[in-house]
Ligand binder design. Structure first.
Ligand code: TXA
Ligand code: MG
Length: 337
């Protein structure tokens, strides 16, 4: 397991303060192992309305409820299917979100009016401490404005929202780096709605039944992650194979413009003046660095970020998914599980 990055302090008094703010209907940024969340009391309608407003998110896009333990699941789900405890045993706390039929008590604001609710137990120690102090469910989308890059540091959250958030708990850089796998357990066959670093194959191993992979699932407003143009940087992003990447950079450089580059090898000497990041070849490390790398490349004055295409193996599916969306392209569909 990778370390959680530079040390941070789990300060109980800050966690208690954050919990009180949540109870008072305020919004709190907090770390999870995937990305930072923008938290609100999942049982407080006004807090949820404020959450949607600050995030700039359309009201029909549901959010994930974070809970402290599997035992709390029945407070939110109408029924707990057989698969749920098996998956919780294997992956909770951790980066897996389960979509289940919702209990009648669940507010419509959480679910975008659907009859299902998305739930997960995060494994970041600060998130778990906050959930323990708060005791209820915390509704939290990724702590970015709708359609922008997800934040993987407390600083990125503070920069995105400023005073609109009562407090941001700092838990260091996120360990996983991209959002959780979303698995729909409300239908006949388990279906991945959003790929993450827990793969469809990992889930199949635990359940012993076939799981529909993300590319086979119909995409639409159900999961905004499923819409094109999401997770987008400010600059335009293009995903290119290595030879095309070199040709494109050559062409742009000859025309006097300077694209930013995320590639698998360092910048050749002639392009040493460009903003160029050499990305790791290990998908776990690549995912860990991804949003930070894109944020960095996007912070300069460039109009274009060129990203070298990633391998097609299963371990890269979630990364490919985020890159394709950042490029503003609809996903290419099946075969990416
Ligand atoms: O890793 C994560 O999942 C992060 C951290 C903060 O937990 N959260 C996150 O939240 O990525 P958000 O809101 O950015 O994405 C949640 C996704 C959305 O695509 C949403 O549509 C989907 O979950 N979702 C929520 N409830 C759903 C439901 N009932 N059915 C289908 N999809 C749902
Ligand atoms: Mg998000």
């Amino acid at each position: 397991m990778r370390s959680a990055g530079p040390p941070y302090t789990l300060d109980r008094s800050l966690v208690d303060r954050a919990s009180e703010l949540l109870r008072a209907g305020q919004l709190v940024g907090f770390p999870t192992e995937t990305v930072y969340g923008l938290g609100a009391d999942a049982s407080n309608q006004q807090a949820l309305e404020r959450l949607y407003k600050v995030k700039g998110r359309p009201a029909n896009h549901p959010v994930i409820v974070h809970i402290g333990s599997f035992e709390q699941l029945s407070n939110w789900a109408a029924d707990v299917p057989e698969a749920a405890p098996k998956l919780a045993q294997a992956f909770w706390p951790g980066p897996l979100t389960l979509v289940l039929r919702k209990s009648d008590r669940v507010l419509g604001e959480l679910t975008g009016g659907q009859d299902t609710v998305a739930i997960r137990v995060p494994r970041h120690p600060v998130a778990l401490a906050l959930l323990e102090a708060f005791r209820g469910g915390i509704a939290a989308p990724s702590a970015n404005r709708f359609g922008r890059l997800s934040p993987t540091t407390a600083q990125a959250v503070a920069e995105e929202f400023g005073d609109e958030v009562a407090m941001v708990l700092d838990g260091g850089p996120c360990q996983v780096g991209i959002e959780s796998t979303i698995l729909d357990l409300s239908g006949k066959q388990p279906a991945v709605l959003r790929p993450g670093m827990i793969l469809a194959a990992d889930i199949e191993k635990v359940l012993g039944v076939p799981v529909k992979a993300a590319g086979e699932t119909v995409r639409g407003p159900r999961a905004p992650g499923g819409l094109p143009k999401h997770y987008a940087p400010r600059a335009r992003l293009r995903l290119l194979g290595r030879p095309e990447l070199e040709q494109e950079v050559e062409r742009l450089a000859a025309g006097g413009s300077a694209p930013a580059v995320l590639a698998f090898s360092p910048a050749p000497e002639k392009w040493s003046h460009l903003s160029w990041i050499c990305a790791p070849r290990d998908p776990v490390q690549y995912a860990h660095d991804l949003y930070g790398n894109l944020r960095y490349l996007d912070s300069g004055s460039c109009h274009l970020i060129v990203v070298e295409a990633v391998p097609e193996a299963a371990e890269w599916v979630a990364i490919y998914d985020r890159l394709v969306r950042a490029a503003g392209l609809a996903p290419s569909g099946g075969g990416q599980a």
